[in-house]
Each structure stands twice: as C-alpha cells, then as structure tokens.
Design a binder for this molecule. Structure first.
Ligand code: FAD
Length: 287
C-alpha cells in the first residue's frame, strides 16, 4: 500500500498545550507528511496563535505548513492582511473556510464588510496568485446544505473559484466517502478529495462532535466503544477502527489520508505505522 499523509493540529492556548503540540509535531514529522495544517479557532479566536504555530512549525521542522483561515468576524481587509502576512512569512498553503460562529452564536452570519461565503474568500485569495488553496468537503452533507446535490454543487463552486483540493469532514463509514467521491466526479470535480480521518481519542467527545457536524456513527461502532470504554480498551479499539477504515479507503484507490490528530500523536502514529505508510526510519523514532 502506498499513500501520502497529512496532519491537522490546533494552535495551543497555554504553555502546557504548546508542549503537547510540539511533542505531537516531533512524533509525527518522521513519518514524512506531505503537509501539516493548523486550525483557526471557531469565531476567529486564535488568529495570532495560529499564525505563530504555523510559522514556528515551518521554521523548526521544514514541513510544508498550511494555515486555516475563515471568514468569521473579520472584514475583507483584515482577512486579506492575515493572508498577506502568511505570504510574507513564506507560507503559501491556505485551507480557506467559511468557518463557524463562536459557540452559541447560532448560524454563520457574515459581517457586512467581511467575506460573505467561502467562495468569495477563495476567489480573493486565488486572485492574489500567492496561495495553494485547500477547502473543506462534507461526504455526509453539511448541515447547512439544502440537500446532498447542493452540497456537491457548492464544493464544485469552491474548486472552480481556485481551490486545488478538498479535505473532508471525518466519517466512519467508507461507503459515505465513496458515494461522495462518485457524486463529485459526476459533477465534474477533478480536484483530489482527501479523506479526513479522526482516530477516536475520546468517545464522548466524538459523539458530541459527530452530532454537531452530521457524521453518522454506525450502531456496531457505538456498541463497541461503549464496551471498550467500560473495559479501558478504547485506544486499542480506536487504532483498529481507524486502521480498518484507512485500509478500505486505500483498497479503493485513495492515495492520501489526512489525520485529525487533536494534538496527540499516539493513535495517529500507530495507525500510520500499522498501514506501513511511514518510512522505515520513522519506526526508530517510536517512543
Ligand atoms: P462552505 O462549504 O462554504 O459551506 C458549508 C455548506 O453550506 C456547503 O457545503 C453548502 O452546502 C452550504 N452553503 C454555504 N453557503 C452556501 C450558498 N451560498 N449556497 C448554497 N449552499 C451553501 N472551522 C473553523 O472555525 N476553523 C478551522 O480551522 C476549521 N478547519 C476545518 C478543516 C476542514 C478540513 C473541515 C472539513 C472543516 C473545518 N472547519 C473549521 C469547520 C468549518 O468551518 C465548518 O464546517 C463550517 O460550517 C463550514 O465551512 P466551509 O468553508 O466548509 O463552508
């Protein structure tokens, strides 16, 4: 099996969290990811932290680091000046998103002087000619989508606006991804669609997150995790589940896996090693 990989991190908000992020980067960089990315806090809350994390990881590791950027709570001018700062710092890969409002603020509402949608943001960033752009995609249909067809058509608009690839929301059933990939191909989308893999670190957290973003949890998986939690075997099960999901994807010609690490390297590293995707040298770095 061969495939390239990438990792998502989030920016740290405390000294302890900074150490965790750094440990995660160190543990995973030996697996030779194609790129890594750093999220932008909901509601635009981590602007400076994201910037600092992107720059520091890039400078210290030489990895290709993508910066997430959203339209939330910023004027067009502010958003483009953040992008400009990235370009000046040599960061050329941006994950361009509409974003979600801060907790409890309900639906996304664009600022009158801000980008009204992800498509507008992508168009403006593409126009600068400075960035390689990734966007989000939703195999199980985004909760704001009118229907699955509209969900795919909107992704097509984002790609046509200048994005080079899409990274999906996490899912547990490979068939959802395959169906979505087929629908995208039928709609004329030729850009790569990278599946987002979430190794389950906290079952309770995943249940909450899945319900918010519309990811289906198969009954057999829910039962298995409830039992594993009771018996203190969640990590083992999580590694097996993520490895099996990735194997199904790789068997059907998926050639890139994007891991949501949640700034904890253990499960992701085990899955990448179990799949045989890390270079030999990486195995020497298993702590
Ligand atoms: P869009 O794709 O623009 O919109 C979401 C859906 O709404 C679309 O699929 C479409 O069906 C529908 N829609 C929206 N506008 C229209 C329209 N005008 N006409 C028709 N349909 C429309 N959030 C953060 O806050 N920070 C992050 O760093 C972050 N990183 C992410 C990374 C990835 C890979 C993914 C998949 C998501 C990430 N998110 C992040 C979450 C994301 O911000 C939310 O899912 C948000 O609700 C949608 O953002 P988007 O850019 O994908 O939206």
């Amino acid at each position: 099996m061969s495939a390239s990989i990438s990792y998502e991190f989030f920016p740290p908000r405390s000294l302890d969290a900074s150490f965790k992020l750094w440990d995660t980067v160190n543990a995973l960089q030996h697996t030779a990811p194609d790129f890594v990315s750093v999220t932008y806090g909901a509601g635009g809350t981590t602007r400076e932290l994201t910037h600092e994390a992107v720059e520091t990881i890039g400078k210290r590791t030489g990895l290709d680091v993508a910066a997430h950027l959203t339209c939330v709570d910023a004027s067009r001018e502010e958003t483009l000046s953040i992008a400009d700062r990235y370009a000046d710092a040599g960061v050329s890969h941006i994950v361009a998103l509409r974003g979600d409002p801060p907790k409890g603020a309900g639906q996304f509402t664009a600022r009158p002087d801000g980008f009204q949608s992800s498509v507008e943001l992508i168009e403006a960033l593409a126009e600068t000619g400075k960035f390689d752009l990734s966007v989000g995609a939703y195999p199980e249909t985004h909760p704001d989508a009118v229907d699955p067809k509209g969900n795919v058509e909107w992704l097509k608009r984002k790609i046509d606006a200048g994005a080079s690839r899409a990274i999906t929301q996490f899912f547990f059933d490979a068939d959802h991804f395959f169906r979505f990939r087929d629908d995208c191909a039928d709609a004329g989308i030729t850009a790569p669609i990278l599946p987002g893999i979430l190794p389950v670190q906290s079952w309770r957290g995943v249940k909450r997150f899945a319900s918010a973003c519309g990811t289906t949890i198969p009954t057999h998986l829910a039962n298995a995790f409830e039992t594993a939690e009771r018996d203190g075997r969640t990590e083992l099960l999580a590694t097996a589940v993520a490895t099996q999901l990735c194997t199904k994807l790789l068997d059907q010609d998926v050639d890139h896996l994007h891991f949501y690490t949640l700034n904890d390297p253990k499960l992701t590293r085990d899955v990448v090693h179990a799949l045989g995707l890390a270079p030999e040298a990486a195995l020497e770095n298993v702590a």
